[in-house]
Design a protein around this ligand. Structure first.
Ligand code: ATP
Ligand code: MG
Length: 471
C-alpha cells in the first residue's frame, strides 16, 4: 500500500511543527509550507493526497488555496483549519471543496478522527474512478472490424463464450492484435455487462502492490494499512476482471490466483475470512505461456485453469484481407477527430498497406492511419502520406519474390512493386535510389553480386553507386 502524503500549510510555527510530528509518527509522509503560494508549489511538485490548510495565511488566504488546489486536482482531500467560532468561513471552505474542517485549537484525537473520514472518502473516490474507467470505454463486437474468415470465426467463438457467465478466458496474440478490445467486447456481450469491468496491467505494479490491488487488505495487514481496503476482485464482483500481461505475475500471486479460480473466493492480505466473489476472469498475454511453464516461471496448474477457453488472435499479416477495411474504419475515426474529410485511399496506397508486414499489428495500422490523416492534403489518402518503412518493406518483399525465382525470366515484364506519387514539394530521386540500394544490400547480407541481381543492375553499376552514395 502506498504511503499517503499530507501537505500542511500553516504559518504558525508551533502548530505546523506539532502536526508534522504527529502525522509522521502516524505513518504519513508529511511536507509543510508557511504560505499559500509555497503550499501550491509543493502541491504541484509532490502531489499529496491530503492537505491541511489554515485559513489566515499571509497573502493568499486558505479559501483561495482550496480553490486553486481543487482546480489543479479535484480529488485532493482538503482539511480546513479555522479559528473557533468562524462558522461562516468554514461553510465557505466546504463549498469551495474542502472535505472536512477542524476548529483551532484541536487535539490529535480530533485530527485522527477526521483523517479516518478523509481516507474513507479517498477510497470511495478511487473506487468511483475504477468504475468510471471501465464505463468510459464501452466496446462491443460492433467495434471489432474484419471480414476475414479467421476473424469472423473468432468473433463467433468469443460471442458464444461471452454468454457463459463465469468461464475463464485466455486471450493470446501478439501486441496490437486486439486482446484488450476482445476482453471488453466479451464483457459487453455477457449477461454481466451492467456490472463492473475492471482491468489491471499485471506488469505495471511491483508484486506486493499487485497483490493488495487485486485482493485488498485488512486493517493492520502492514504498517500503512490503517484501514481495510477492497481489492479489484471484490470491486468487480458480479462482473469481469481483465488481467492484462498475466505472464508477468510472480509465483506468490499465481498461487493466490489459482485459489480464486478454483474456489471462487478471495482472502484479503492479512485477512482470514474467505470472501466469495462471482467474477469472470479474462487473462491476456503476448508471451508464450507454454514456454514459461516449461521454464518453470509460470505454474502449470494455473496455465491449465486459464486456458479452458483460449482465443488466439492472429497477427494482422495473417489476415491482410482486412487491412483495407480497417484502414477505412480508422480514416473515418480520425476524420472525425481531426475534422478532416478524406474520402478514401488511393489504390497505390492500398497496395502498400496490404503488402506491409505489420509487426505492430492493428495498433500499428491505426497509428499509421492517424499520421496519414493528419498529413494528407488531398481528398484521397496518398502513398506519400505513409511512413517510409511501409514503402521500403514492399520493395523488400517484391525483391524477395524475384530472388526466389532466381532472377527475372527473359521477356518477363518487370513488375513494379509500388507506384510512387510525387508530392507537390517534389521528391529526391537519388535519395530514393540510395534507400533502395541500402535495402538490397541488407537483404543480400552485403553480398554485392546478390544485391546487384536484386536490383537488376550490373555489379559494376552497383559498385559505382555504393561509392557515390558512400554506403
Ligand atoms: N478488429 C479490430 N477492429 C478495430 N480495431 C481494432 C481491432 N483490433 C484491434 N484494434 C485496435 O487496435 C489497437 C490495439 O488493440 P489492443 O489494445 O486491443 O491490442 P492488444 O492485443 O491488447 O495489444 P497489447 O498486447 O500491446 O496490449 C486498439 O486501438 C484497438 O482498438
Ligand atoms: Mg492490451
Amino acid at each position: 500500500m502506498k504511503q499517503l502524503k499530507i501537505l500542511v500549510i500553516e504559518d504558525e510555527k508551533l502548530i505546523r511543527w506539532s502536526l508534522e510530528k504527529h502525522l509522521s509518527s502516524a505513518g504519513y509522509k508529511v511536507i509543510t509550507a508557511e504560505t499559500g503560494e509555497e503550499g501550491i508549489k509543493l502541491f504541484e511538485s509532490h502531489h499529496p493526497e491530503i492537505i491541511f490548510t489554515d485559513n489566515k495565511l499571509p497573502q493568499m488566504q486558505g479559501l483561495e488555496v482550496i480553490h486553486k488546489i481543487k482546480s489543479l486536482d479535484a480529488d485532493t482531500a482538503i482539511v480546513f483549519m479555522t479559528a473557533f467560532g468562524s462558522i461562516d468561513t468554514a461553510v465557505s471552505a466546504m463549498k469551495a471543496g474542502a472535505s472536512e474542517y477542524i476548529n483551532k485549537p484541536f487535539t490529535f484525537e480530533e485530527v485522527d478522527v477526521i483523517l479516518d473520514a478523509v481516507k474513507q472518502n479517498l477510497e470511495i473516490t478511487r473506487e468511483v474512478h475504477v468504475l468510471r474507467r471501465q464505463q468510459k470505454a464501452t466496446v462491443t463486437f460492433d467495434n471489432i472490424i474484419g471480414e476475414s474468415l479467421v476473424l469472423k470465426q473468432i468473433v463467433q467463438l468469443a460471442k458464444k463464450i461471452a454468454r457463459t457467465q463465469t468461464t475463464t478466458i485466455l486471450l493470446l496474440g501478439e501486441s496490437g492484435t486486439g486482446k484488450d478490445l476482445f476482453a471488453r467486447a466479451i464483457h459487453a456481450e455477457s449477461s454481466q455487462s451492467t456490472k463492473p469491468f475492471v482491468t489491471i496491467n499485471c506488469a505495471s505494479l511491483p508484486e506486493t502492490l499487485l497483490e493488495s490491488e487485486l485482493f485488498g487488505y485488512e486493517k493492520g495487514a502492514f504498517t500503512d494499512a490503517k484501514q481495510q481496503k477492497k481489492g479489484l476482485f471484490e470491486i468487480a464482483d458480479g462482473g469481469t476482471v481483465f488481467l492484462d500481461e498475466i505472464g508477468e505475475i510472480n509465483m506468490s500471486t499465481q498461487i493466490k490466483l489459482l485459489g480464486v479460480l478454483e474456489n471462487r473466493v478471495i482472502r484479503r492480505v492479512g485477512g482470514t475470512a474467505n470472501i466469495p466473489v462471482e467474477i469472470r476472469i479474462i487473462a491476456a498475454t503476448n508471451k508464450d505461456l507454454k514456454k514459461a511453464v516449461e521454464e518453470k516461471t509460470f505454474r502449470e496448474d494455473l496455465y491449465y485453469r486459464l486456458k479452458v477457453f483460449q482465443i488466439t488472435l492472429p497477427p494482422l499479416r495473417e489476415h491482410r484481407e482486412d487491412v483495407p477495411l480497417l484502414a477505412d474504419y480508422f480514416i473515418k475515426y480520425y476524420n472525425n477527430q481531426f475534422k478532416k474529410s478524406i474520402k478514401g485511399i488511393h489504390k497505390s496506397a492500398i497496395g502498400l498497406l496490404t503488402n506491409y508486414n505489420w509487426p505492430g499489428n492493428i495498433r500499428e495500422l491505426r497509428n499509421v492511419m492517424e499520421r496519414a490523416v493528419i498529413l494528407e492534403t488531398m481528398s484521397e489518402l496518398q502513398a506519400d502520406s505513409l511512413p517510409g518503412e511501409i514503402v521500403h518493406l514492399n520493395v523488400h518483399s517484391e525483391a524477395r519474390r524475384v530472388e526466389a525465382a532466381e532472377g527475372p525470366s527473359p521477356g518477363e515484364k518487370p513488375v513494379s512493386p509500388f507506384e510512387i506519387e510525387i508530392p507537390e514539394e517534389g521528391l529526391s530521386l537519388s535519395g530514393l535510389e540510395k534507400q533502395v540500394i541500402k535495402q538490397a544490400l541488407n537483404m543480400a547480407e552485403n553480398n554485392q553480386t546478390k544485391a546487384s541481381k536484386l536490383l537488376k543492375i550490373s555489379r559494376d553499376t552497383l559498385r559505382y553507386k555504393i561509392k557515390k552514395y558512400r554506403l
